[in-house]
Design a protein around this ligand. Structure first.
Ligand code: ADP
Ligand code: MG
Length: 488
């Protein structure tokens, strides 16, 4: 695209032939023309590519103004048509909307509309669905395919997700450290990968086939009854008028958790999963409901008694970096909990070293700082810290969502091993049904703060009852490939 920050960074060697034209050495003006007209690009986060202070209509209009001779009226007509082509509801409203007034999916549709405005020969899509929910992702992939057929566009689709590759691509090239390791027809590469790197990536993909549930223990360790949490919605100033912008994040959620089992909470972003978790460990106060731990209602406990209980329930977060203090040595981070529990410094250090080894880190990790570790290693540190206080329950909130698929598989294995060794009960929160299938015995599906369906993972996958569960399952990328009915 000629978008490297010239003159400091440029293509050193090689050639890019676009329709017979060498574009690595062509002029800046010609590149600009190519970018608007002939090759266009969409990105992972449309918000950064869209101009936040300009309406969508104005932004599309600019493209036509710059690259065509159309009259203002023709431009408006074409813009409206484009938005309706990408199946945006009520195009005239969207034309007048600012990017922040649209959902993630609507923003990505607007980006696609803009990218296709000049009917380009090539569309480069750089992780265009990575930031979207799975059902929205499925719709956007369908849209890109449809547009490709209508406009006969060549699409270069960049993704880290082999499921998405299976759904969208005819051919695939697998890259590692700047090099193409393997390339070929998508069915051949995915079904019979030749390069060890491709093989390892494909082996690491969580299989959609749910695990067989372990026999449920008789012993209920945690029970949640009718948890409710509403944000905002207090009376407006001085208590006049109706309540403002209330978000019912969690509504009447109940579940029980048995010793040694893994309960998955699945749902798309904003469905209330994290809020539920935070209510359980009382990082936030729920509005109603009971949380019974060994029969004691946590909601009734004061700060001090809650502190004692907290070591029984520990949490692991999505972004281990944000939750690890960068100025404290890893060993000390892990030893903190046990020390608060009353272990001596020496005992706590011993516990920390033991956990560093359990989570598969080198003993030298003890004296290093969090920033010296990779994302996967940091997640191991987070897990070690949570386990150091010997909890009975571990709540993991999207613990692998920020990790690459091969690292993801390692962390999932680690969690599973630890769960067995320590007979932990686990609440595993994820938006990815493939991950849920792999680790959870039972699942609760959340939407708009409510549990719409719950049951054993295998039953839920085999015969989902609720429409929403069905649509989530249908939208899992690479489903057809995993089920062996690969047709690309
Ligand atoms: P999930 O973890 O499933 O993505 P969350 O629990 O983070 O969902 O959010 C559920 C809903 O609650 C969302 O609509 C979110 O915007 C809202 N929400 C979460 N935390 C807050 C907060 N501190 N203040 C106001 N609204 C919040
Ligand atoms: Mg969350």
């Amino acid at each position: 695209m000629g978008l490297l920050p010239a003159p400091h960074v440029h293509v050193e060697k090689g050639s890019i032939d676009f329709n017979g034209e060498e574009i690595t050495t062509t002029s800046f003006e010609r590149l600009r023309e190519i970018r608007g007209n002939e090759i266009s690009m969409i990105f992972q986060e449309p918000m950064t590519a869209l101009n936040p202070v300009m309406t969508i209509g104005k932004q599309i209009d600019e493209i036509f103004r710059y690259h065509s001779q159309l009259s203002p009226k023709e431009r408006t007509n074409k813009s409206t048509q484009l938005l309706s082509d990408v199946h945006l509801p009520d195009p005239s409203r969207i034309l007048n909307a600012y990017p922040h007034e649209l959902s993630g999916g609507q923003r990505q549709r607007s980006m696609i509309a803009m990218a296709l405005a000049m009917d380009p020969k090539i569309l480069i899509a750089d992780e265009p669905t990575t930031a979207l929910d799975v059902t929205t992702q499925a719709q956007i992939l369908k849209l890109i395919k449809e547009m490709q057929e209508v406009h006969k566009t060549g699409v270069l689709f960049i993704t880290h997700d082999f499921g998405v590759v299976a759904d969208i691509a005819d051919r695939v090239a697998v890259m590692q450290q700047g090099e193409i390791m393997e390339a070929g027809r998508v069915d051949e590469v995915l079904n019979t990968p030749k390069h060890p790197y491709t093989q390892s990536l494909i082996a690491a993909i969580p299989k959609l086939k749910p695990r067989t549930a372990r026999t449920r223990s008789e012993e209920t360790i945690l029970e949640a009854k009718g948890i409710n949490k509403t944000f905002g919605g207090g009376k407006s100033f001085l208590g006049f008028g109706k309540s403002v912008n209330a978000v019912k994040a969690v509504r009447k959620v109940s579940f029980d958790l048995r010793r040694g089992e893994t309960l998955g909470i699945v749902g798309e972003s904003g469905s209330g999963k994290s809020t539920l978790a935070r209510c359980i460990i009382r990082l936030i106060q729920s509005d109603a409901g009971e949380i019974l731990l060994d029969g004691v209602d946590l909601m009734q406990l004061n700060r001090n008694s809650m502190r004692l209980v907290r070591s029984k329930i520990q949490m692991v977060f999505q972004d281990p970096f944000a939750s690890l203090n960068p100025r404290i040595k890893v060993g000390d981070i892990i030893a903190q909990g046990p020390e608060i529990q009353g272990l001596t410094k020496v005992e706590a250090e011993g516990r920390a070293r033991e956990l560093i080894s359990i989570v598969g880190l080198d003993d030298k990790a003890y004296n290093r700082f969090p920033h010296e570790f990779s994302g996967g290693q940091r997640q191991r540190i987070g897990i070690a810290r949570s386990l150091a206080v010997k909890p009975e329950i571990l709540i993991a909130d999207e613990p692998v969502s920020a990790l690459d698929v091969s690292i993801q598989a390692q962390i999932l294995n680690l969690l599973d091993q630890i769960r067995t060794q320590m007979n932990l009960a686990m609440i595993f929160i994820t938006h990815d049904l493939r991950v849920a299938a792999q680790v959870c015995d039972r699942l609760a599906v959340m939407r708009y703060g409510e549990v719409v369906e719950a049951g054993s993972t295998s039953e839920l996958f085999a015969s989902p009852q609720h429409d929403y569960t069905q649509s989530l399952l249908a939208a899992v990328p690479g489903k057809a490939w995993q089920e062996g009915v690969f047709t690309n």
